[in-house]
Write a protein that binds this ligand. Sequence first.
Ligand code: HSE
Length: 436
Amino acid sequence: MAKQVNVGVIGCGIVGRGTIETLLKNKETILQKSGISVNLVGIADIRIDNNDELLNGVAIKTTDAMELINNPEIDIIVELIGGYTHAKTFILAAIEQGKHVVTANKALLATHGKEIFNKAIEKGVQVAFEASVGGGIPIIKVLKEDLAANNIEEIDGIINGTANYILTRMIQEGKDYKDVLADAQKLGYAEADPTFDVQGIDSAHKLTLLSSIAFGTWVEFDKVYTEGITNISTVDIDFAKELDCTIKLLAIAKKRNGSIEVRVHPTMIPNRFQLAAVNDVFNAVQVKGDVVGTTLHYGRGAGGTPTSSAVVADIVNIARDIVSGCKERVPALGFAQAIESHYPIVNIDDTVSSFYMRFNVEDNPGVLSTIAGIMSLNNVSISSAIQRGKEGQDGLPLVFLTHNATGKQIRNAVDEIDKLPFIKDKTVVIRVEGLR
Ligand code: HSE
């Protein structure tokens, strides 16, 4: 007879329902693949509808998550309520009870992961979180296991579907940020409060986890530089097109000379990059390893069904370990060492890239040379310049692309330039990656 592993799911929202559906629909497939009967024995949610057909065959339906956590029959607790307070209480209580945990909660893990993972190590259980980054894209396991032969050098990801959807429509339709956001909210692609998605916070949560795994260090979430897409305008999108580039909200992690860069910000990238073609709500993570080179992982970063693919994969992996009597085959962050911050994080001021700068100027003689002079005094080298508009026009866009410079050099130059009398508006600065 097949071995049995019992699962309790807390949270019956979009991902919770997707997970329940997948566990029930593909129970036979999971049994064929793993030789294990993975049983969904209970679900908990603050609102339980007893007439809900999806939950028909589930033995325990409760509004009290602790009922599942305290049930000795349940081996794995799946936390899908999100948020910080209750989710953390339930996860820690489940670990305390010696149960394995599966979660999609990137916000909680990015901010309290060290405590949660260390508690799990102490209790000899697993906390799996494949669904926390990139929805259905299996990127956590790839980093932890399939790229184990590599020193990971760099990660570049589009890991927020909402922001990517908004930018894609701005680029394709020439519409303003505000109009596209309002439309995305109407269509259900953006939440009523889109702060986490559009301000880059959700991407920063996910980058915290990816970079911690990639580099074998605990990256503190508040050290991740985070800038969202709210100030991206159609003017800059049009200039990007002219430069054969596109603007994406990129999550970038690099390890160089024993230090780590972790930053989320709008980034101008050449259209020849594969990431430039990742559109709409899709996510993609590009990983560079010293042995394998560059790999690209693409798919749906959100949604109940795709995300449930990752949740259920974690359940199956843990079920396999339970059945084979294996305690911790792969450590939580993929490295067999204490979960500590082993490397310093580079301040954004000290990170190096090219920059796109758009100045709003009065079109007078000497304007370009004055700005160029300040750039030169700050040791910033200009690679190209574009000026548009009519002679004498008020508020003319003047665009510079720079060679490599530090964030600080650019900030100092902009501080000085923005004080000049012929500057009509704050200078727009967007980091550029990959221009030759
Ligand atoms: N809000 C996220 C996004 C999905 O827009 O990508 C869940 O991680």
